[in-house]
Design a protein around this ligand. Structure first.
Ligand code: TPP
Ligand code: MG
Length: 328
């Protein structure tokens, strides 16, 4: 048994706030450039879900693995992928982490532990098992965190992956970011259980539902799961309750959700709440303002860098794509 994770101290909460602010500002800037026609392409806003990966990240090392979906900007930033590389990849530039060939649907940055961004719902979970098995075979104590949505918990791959991870006691943390909707379908219309975490019992795995927007609760639950996996205690299913403010796609009118539900979620925005909590813990308003300014400057720098960066040259097209060189 690993000891329970203690309450996060003020510095830890400040780091969670810093990460969450970087995500929020990146997202807001990116959406404003889409709205003004400067960026055209696929993008899905994680606004509202920032606390979940920001709290988990406090327990991860650079060499730990992350698997996420194409809706996972927040997961990618929290894992520590540099903002310049990330923004450049999102807009298909040569300076991106995949030299522009991954794009927002398939960003990877293995040197920062971002191993897979997948567009197929649920497909990341078996891949996470593979990464967990690889750490086991190499005798390291690396852990793998895989993020997915509530809808993904109804996909066969979710069930297969949980079964195998438990059977082989793999060092994988399954993080279901439950934002109450899968595309336009409310959770209760597509899922038999009230809590996704209940499904862990079918696979003899610990499963917990936590308030993913509460940094203290999220930090402690993630700490316990990561410590257990690192110590050889096997996988955990963490269901992090959260909400996505902008719906399924950019321009989503969100007519499929009650107006009051959306208004209440936005009213409970976890970022101002954490800011207020930090103030009550004695962090000066000027220090929080300075942190916000620094995050905004970093985002602006990434944006300026990426937007001005060149596109990949045509001969990049087949580089790193095939195991053996092919004739153009
Ligand atoms: C196998 C598969 N089926 C359908 C889709 C289309 N699709 C994309 S996102 C999505 C809903 C996913 O919901 P959830 O797992 O709750 O993730 P969220 O977007 O809410 O984070 C669907 C059905 C897909 N990408 N892959
Ligand atoms: Mg969802």
């Amino acid at each position: 048994m690993t000891p329970p994770t203690p309450e996060p101290d003020r510095e830890t909460l400040l780091e969670i706030y810093r990460t969450a602010t970087r995500i929020k500002l990146f997202d807001e800037k990116y959406r404003s450039l889409m709205a003004s026609g400067h960026i055209v392409g696929m993008y899905y806003s994680p606004r509202g879900q920032e606390i979940v990966p920001s709290a988990i990240a406090r327990h991860l090392r650079r060499d730990d693995y992350l698997v996420t979906t194409y809706r996972g900007l927040h997961d990618q930033v929290a894992k520590g992928v540099p903002l310049r590389e990330l923004w450049a990849e999102y807009v298909g530039k040569a300076a991106g982490s995949c030299r522009g060939k991954g794009g927002p649907m398939h960003v990877t940055a293995p040197e920062h532990g971002l191993m897979v961004t997948t567009g197929v719902v649920g497909s990341g979970l078996p891949i996470a098992n593979g990464l967990g098995l690889s750490a086991r075979l190499r005798g390291t104590d690396q852990v793998t965190v895989v993020n997915f949505g509530d809808g993904a918990s109804n996909i066969g791959a979710f069930h297969e992956a949980l079964n195998l991870a438990s059977l082989w006691q793999l060092p994988v943390i399954f993080v279901c970011q439950n934002n109450r909707y899968a595309e336009y379908t409310p959770l209760r219309e597509g899922t038999t259980v009230a809590r996704v975490a209940e499904r862990a019992a079918s696979y003899s795995m610990p499963g917990y539902t936590v308030d993913g927007n509460d940094p203290v609760e999220m930090y402690r639950a993630a700490g316990d799961a990561v410590a257990r996996a690192r110590a050889g205690g096997g996988p955990t299913l963490l269901e992090a309750m959260t909400f996505r403010f902008c719906g399924h796609i950019i321009g989503d009118q969100q007519v499929y959700m009650p107006k009051e539900e959306l208004a209440a979620a936005i009213e409970a925005d976890p970022l101002p709440r954490l800011r207020a909590d930090l103030s009550s813990r004695g962090v000066a308003a000027e220090d929080l303002d300075e942190l916000d300014r620094a995050a905004a400057a970093e985002v602006q720098d990434a944006c300026d860098f990426a937007m001005a960066a060149p596109l990949p040259s045509p001969d990049e097209l087949t580089t790193d794509v095939y195991a053996k060189a092919v004739a153009a």
